[in-house]
Design a protein around this ligand. Structure first.
Ligand SMILES: [Zn+2]
Length: 134
């Protein structure tokens, strides 16, 4: 709601300003106010919905293009034959492959596993030889 109050107030203030300026030159305040309000409303609608929608879609496409292809060896769910598969993770499409052995379609389910982050311990290097260190 607050998102729409500020643009509405700015629109009313600017329309009033245009109406006042026009009325100083013998113009009609109400007519200028209404036309200015309508034009600003249309411009606001275009910039907030259409232009931002296009910008979001382009950003999403750039993010998807940055994803690297994933290659892995997967067992077929029907015949257990190993298949090499390369795919791009995409939230809009199912990830599927056709087995090279039995020609049946398999769906890939991606699961995430969490692991602890390990840190290296500060250990002094061992002396194997007097001249070499590991
Ligand atoms: Zn198969």
């Amino acid at each position: 709601m607050k998102k729409y109050v500020k643009p509405f107030l700015v629109n009313v203030i600017l329309s009033s300003l245009f109406g006042l300026i026009n009325s100083l030159y013998q113009g009609n305040f109400l007519y200028t106010f209404c036309i200015s309000f309508l034009i600003q409303f249309i411009l606001y609608y275009i910039t907030s919905n259409v232009v931002l929608g296009i910008f979001r879609e382009k950003t999403k496409q750039l993010e998807l293009s940055k994803l690297e292809n994933l290659s892995t060896i997967l067992d077929c769910a029907y015949c257990s034959q190993k298949n090499i598969m390369t795919f791009i993770p995409d939230q809009n499409e199912k990830t599927q492959f056709i087995c090279e052995s039995c020609n049946k379609e398999n769906t890939v389910i991606i699961q995430f596993t969490v692991a602890r982050t390990t840190e290296t311990l500060p250990i002094n290097s061992l002396l194997v030889n007097e001249n070499k260190t590991i």
